[in-house]
Design a protein around this ligand. Structure first.
Ligand code: ADP
Ligand code: MG
Length: 833
C-alpha cells in the first residue's frame, strides 16, 4: 500500500462514517502498512497506535485524521510511483513528529477542525479555485495556525477573504502619550520602560509601561498597558527600549493613563515604515495574533481575486453601471486613507457603497438559488395521504391535553397539505413551549394512518435522543411503532432498525440527518419532519426524493429559533408557514434576572431557593472544559464547584463528550427526578421536557445569542409553576449589556429574534453555512428592499436568457451557486464548546 492509497482510504473515512466492513478493512490496511514500514521511525508506529485505539466511529475519524496528518509529514517513500495523486500539499509545513505525537486533545470543535484539515490537505490540488484551497497554502500559516483558523470556521482562502472587519481603527492620528484623553479610543506610540507580571486579586496580570518616545533624560509621560490572561510569550515581545504603536480605550487609574488589552504593533526603527491609515479590525481568533490574521486575509484576498469570477455577468454589470464585487471586497479590507469621519462611521456600520454592492450580489444569488430550487422540485409528485378520521382521533386522545387554537389551526393546515399530491413544504414556527412536538406527532399520526412512514430528524444525535425520549411514550399511546437510530449504537442494533424500516415494521423513525445517508432504505417514507430548519440545507431536501421511490415526501420543518418575519419570507419564499402564536394555557413566563459575575453568589442562592421549594434546576455553561484562551466558563469547573454544595439534591453532569451511556444515565436521573440539578452545556437547548424544572442559571450569559438564551429559558416553568432564569454575565460592552437587558424585559421570541437581528446582524442568525442559502452578511431585507428588487430584475434577466446557466458568461454565477450547494453538506451547528 502506498501512502497515496492510504491517504485515499483515510480521507474516504472522513467524508462518510465508515461501515463496519470498511472499518475492519481500514484497520487491516493500516496494520499492513505499519508492518511494511516497521523500523522507519516513530511516525508509523504512531500511525498504527492511532488506528489500534479505534473503538467507536468518531474515534476512528480522529485516528484517521491523525494518521493522515502524520502521513503528510512522512518522508517520501520509495514506492510512491503508483500514488493516487492525493498526497497532501507540500505547503503543509512539516513539523517534527514528536510534536504532533502528543495525544489529541479531546475537544470536539478541534477534532472536527482536524478532520477537515486532514481531509482538505489530502485533497488539495493546484487546479482548485483559489477560494477553495486550504488556509495552510499561505506562506507563514503552519499546522498550528491552520488549526486555530479552522477551529473558528476559517478553512479556505475564500473563508479568509470573506472574513469581514468588525470595524475600523482610525490610525491616521497618533496622539502623544502626554496628550491622551481618558474615555476615548486613541492611538499612541512609545518606548518600553518595563514589562512584567503583576499578581492582582489572585490573577496573573501582564503589565507593560510605555514612555513617550521623545522623553529626555528625566523621563516623560507614561502609559500602562494591561492584559488579564496574557497569552504566553506576550511579554517577551516587549523588550525595554523597543518602540511600539498601541491602540485602545484610554482609562485613567491612579493618575496614570492605561489601556486594557490594547492592539500593539512593533515599530522597527522609524515610524515612517509603518503606514498610518484606516486599519480593519478583524474578529479575535484564539491562537492567531491580529497581525498574522490581517496579513493572511490580505494574502488570501489577492489569491482569490486572481481567479475570481463575478456572479453578475459583465455585460449586465456594465449595462447597470455596477462595479466588480471583488473590488468592493478589496475596498472593505483596505479602506482609502481619505475617508472622513462620517464615511468611516458608515463603513463601520456596514452602510458603505461597497457593502451595498456586495448585498446586491447576495440577493442576486438568492434569487438564482430559489429559482433553481423551484425548477428542480417542479413536477415531482407526492403521495396524497388520506387518513381515516378515527385513527387521527385516536392519536389525539393519546395527548392528555386539548390543543390550543393555534395548534388546531396548524394541524388542520398540515392535514390539508398532506391530502394533496403536491409535496407539502411547510414551516412550523412557534415560540419555545408553544407545543410544536404535539403538532408534529399528529402530523405523523395522520401520515401513518394513511399507511405511510414518517421520519423525524434532529440536527444532532443528542437532540435526536432527547426527542425520542419525549416522542416514544406518546407514539406508543397512539399505537405507532417508533424507533431511534443513531450512529453510535451497536451495529447489530442499527442493522435491525434499518431492516425494520425497510420492511415497514417501523412507522416513525427518529434520528439525525444521517437518515439521508446511502445505507438507509424506507418501505414507504412519505413525511419528513425536520426540527431546527435553519440547519437543513437545500441539497439535503433534494436527496429526500431518492428515499421516497421517486416521489417527493411531504416536508414539515419546525423552527424553535423564531425567524423574524422579514427574513422568513425571503429565505423560504417557497415554504408556507404555520405559526403557533399562543402558549398552552396556564404558562407563566419565567422571571429573568441579570447578575454581574461579582453577584454570582446571589444567583446561586436563588437557585437553592428554587430547589428548596421542590423544583429542579439547570445550570448552563458555554464550554465543556476550561480553556485559558477563550476564558469560557466550563461545565467541569462549575460542576466541581457546585457538587459539594448541592449534593443533597442530586446533581448530574451532561455534555456531548460523555459516552452515550453516561449521557443517557445523567438524563434519566434528571428526568426521573433522582437528580434535581443538571449542569450542562447548551445540549439542553432543544427538546428536554422536565416539567418540575423551575430554575435555570446561565453562566457567562453574554456568550450566548439572544435566541439561544430564549430557547434555554424555555426549559423551565413548563409545568405552569413560577420559575426563574438567572443570567450571570460579565458583559463588558454596551451592546452585550443591551442584549442582556432585552432578555430580562421580553418574553416574545419573535421580538427577541428581531432584536438579535438588529444587534448582531443576520449573518449571526443565519450563518451562510447553516442556512443552506446565501447568508445575508451585507444585505438587510428590511432596509434594502430596493436592492432586492434590483437583484430580482437582474436575476430574472439571466434566467430568461439562460435558465440552466450554461453560457460561459454565467460561469461565475454557476460557481457561486455550486459553492452554496457544497456548503449544504453536513454542516451542523453543535453546542458551544
Ligand atoms: P416546543 O414548541 O418548544 O417544542 P413542546 O412541544 O416541547 O414545545 O411543548 C412544551 C410543553 O407543553 C410540553 O410539555 C407539552 O407536553 C406541553 N403542551 C403542548 N401542547 C399543549 C397543550 N395544548 N396544552 C397543554 N400542554 C401542552
Ligand atoms: Mg421542541
Amino acid at each position: 500500500m502506498t501512502p497515496g492509497e492510504l491517504a485515499g482510504r483515510l480521507s474516504g473515512c472522513l467524508t462518510e462514517p465508515p461501515a463496519e466492513s470498511e472499518r475492519a478493512a481500514l484497520a487491516e490496511a493500516l496494520r499492513a502498512f505499519d508492518a511494511a514500514r516497521a523500523g522507519t521511525g516513530p511516525v508509523f508506529g504512531e500511525l498504527a497506535a492511532a488506528i489500534e485505539r479505534v473503538r467507536g466511529r468518531s474515534e476512528l475519524a480522529v485516528a484517521a485524521a491523525k494518521a493522515l496528518r502524520l502521513l503528510a509529514q512522512a518522508p517520501p517513500l520509495a514506492d510512491t510511483g503508483t500514488g493516487t495523486g492525493t498526497r497532501p500539499a507540500a505547503e503543509a509545513t512539516a513539523k517534527p513528529a514528536a510534536e504532533t505525537g502528543a495525544p489529541v486533545k479531546p475537544d470536539r470543535r478541534r477534532i472536527r477542525a482536524e478532520h477537515r484539515q486532514a481531509h482538505e490537505l489530502a485533497e488539495d490540488r493546484a487546479d482548485r479555485r483559489s477560494d477553495q484551497r486550504p488556509v495552510e497554502c499561505l506562506p507563514g500559516i503552519g499546522r498550528s495556525t491552520g488549526l486555530a483558523l479552522r477551529a473558528r470556521g476559517l478553512y479556505t482562502l475564500g473563508d479568509l477573504a470573506w472574513l469581514m472587519p468588525l470595524g475600523y481603527h482610525d490610525e491616521r492620528t497618533i496622539t502623544p502619550i502626554a496628550e491622551l484623553m481618558p474615555g476615548a479610543r486613541q492611538v499612541t506610540e512609545g518606548r518600553v520602560l518595563s514589562a512584567g507580571i503583576q499578581p492582582r486579586r489572585g490573577r496573573r496580570m501582564a503589565e507593560v509601561v510605555l514612555e513617550a518616545s521623545d522623553a529626555g533624560e528625566r523621563g516623560g509621560a507614561r502609559l500602562r498597558l494591561v492584559w488579564f490572561r496574557a497569552p504566553a510569550g506576550l511579554l517577551a515581545r516587549f523588550r525595554a527600549g523597543e518602540r511600539f504603536r498601541v491602540a485602545g480605550l484610554v482609562e485613567r487609574f491612579g493618575g496614570m493613563c492605561s489601556m486594557t488589552h490594547p492592539q500593539t504593533e512593533y515599530l522597527s526603527g522609524s515610524s515612517a515604515a509603518v503606514p498610518r491609515g484606516v486599519v480593519p479590525r478583524y474578529p479575535i481568533v484564539a491562537g492567531v495574533p491580529p497581525r498574522v490574521l490581517a496579513r493572511a486575509v490580505a494574502q488570501a484576498l489577492e489569491r482569490c481575486a486572481g481567479d475570481h469570477d463575478e456572479a453578475i455577468p459583465d455585460a449586465l454589470r456594465r449595462e447597470h453601471a455596477l462595479g466588480r464585487a471583488i473590488d468592493a471586497l478589496r475596498a472593505l479590507h483596505a479602506p482609502p486613507a481619505s475617508l472622513d469621519a462620517a464615511a468611516l462611521e458608515r463603513w463601520t456600520l456596514g452602510l458603505s457603497e461597497h457593502h451595498a454592492r456586495l448585498a446586491l450580489d447576495e440577493f442576486f444569488l438568492l434569487e438564482l438559488a430559489l429559482h433553481k430550487r423551484r425548477t428542480e422540485e417542479q413536477g415531482v409528485l407526492a403521495e396524497a395521504l388520506h387518513a381515516a378520521p378515527e385513527a387521527v382521533a385516536r392519536a389525539r386522545a393519546a395527548l392528555r391535553f386539548t390543543l390550543t387554537a393555534a395548534q388546531e389551526r396548524a394541524v388542520a393546515e398540515i392535514h390539508a397539505d398532506l391530502a394533496r399530491d403536491e409535496p407539502m413544504r411547510r414551516l412550523l414556527q412557534g415560540d419555545v413551549g408553544s407545543g410544536k412536538t404535539a403538532v408534529a406527532l399528529l402530523s405523523a399520526a395522520h401520515a401513518i394512518a394513511a399507511g405511510a412512514q414518517a421520519a423525524f430528524m434532529a440536527p444532532t444525535e443528542v437532540l435526536a435522543e432527547q426527542h425520542f425520549r419525549v416522542l416514544a411514550p406518546l407514539a406508543a399511546a397512539m399505537g405507532l411503532r417508533a424507533a431511534l437510530t443513531l450512529g453510535g449504537e451497536r451495529a447489530s442494533h442499527r442493522k435491525n432498525t434499518r431492516k425494520a424500516l425497510e420492511q415497514g415494521r417501523v412507522d416513525l423513525i427518529v434520528g439525525t440527518h444521517a437518515l439521508l445517508s446511502e445505507g438507509v432504505q424506507f418501505a414507504r417514507l412519505r413525511l419528513v419532519i425536520v426540527d431546527e430548519q435553519h440547519r437543513f440545507g437545500v441539497g439535503q431536501r433534494l436527496r429526500l426524493v431518492d428515499k421516497s421511490q421517486g416521489l417527493a415526501p411531504h416536508l414539515l420543518v419546525m423552527t424553535a429559533t423564531p425567524i423574524p418575519r422579514s427574513l422568513a419570507l425571503a429565505l423560504h419564499g417557497d415554504l408556507r408557514t404555520s405559526v403557533l402564536d399562543e402558549l398552552p394555557p396556564g404558562r407563566i413566563p419565567p422571571v429573568t434576572r441579570a447578575y454581574r459575575a461579582t453577584e454570582r453568589e446571589q444567583a446561586v442562592r436563588q437557585l437553592e431557593r428554587g430547589l428548596e421549594s421542590g423544583g429542579q434546576a439547570y445550570v448552563v455553561c458555554p464550554a465543556i472544559e476550561p480553556n485559558e484562551d477563550t476564558g469560557m466558563r466550563s461545565v467541569l469547573e462549575t460542576f466541581a464547584e457546585l457538587q459539594p454544595r448541592l449534593e443533597r439534591y442530586g446533581i448530574e453532569l451532561l455534555h456531548s463528550k460523555l459516552a452515550p451511556e453516561a449521557r443517557q444515565q445523567a438524563l434519566e436521573r434528571f428526568v426521573g427526578g433522582q437528580a434535581r440539578v443538571l449542569v450542562s452545556t447548551t445540549i439542553v437547548e432543544v427538546g428536554l421536557d422536565v416539567t418540575a424544572a423551575n430554575v435555570m442559571l446561565i453562566e457567562q450569559a453574554e456568550r450566548f445569542g439572544l435566541a439561544q438564551l430564549h430557547q434555554l429559558r424555555g426549559r423551565v416553568g413548563r409545568g405552569g409553576q413560577r420559575s426563574a432564569c438567572l443570567l450571570v454575565h460579565e458583559a463588558a460592552s454596551e451592546e452585550a449589556r443591551a442584549r442582556i437587558a432585552v432578555m430580562c424585559e421580553s418574553h416574545d421570541g419573535f421580538e427577541i429574534a428581531e432584536e438579535d437581528l438588529r444587534l448582531r446582524g443576520p449573518g449571526e442568525l443565519f450563518g451562510r453555512k447553516q442556512s443552506g442559502l446565501p447568508g445575508f452578511r451585507f444585505g438587510d431585507l428590511r432596509r434594502d428592499q430596493p436592492l432586492l428588487q434590483q437583484a430580482q430584475a437582474l436575476a430574472a434577466g439571466v434566467i430568461a436568457s439562460d435558465p440552466e446557466l450554461q453560457a460561459p458568461e454565467h460561469a461565475g454565477a454557476r460557481a457561486a451557486l455550486a459553492l452554496l450547494a457544497v456548503s449544504d453538506r453536513a454542516v451542523v451547528k453543535e453546542e458551544a464548546g
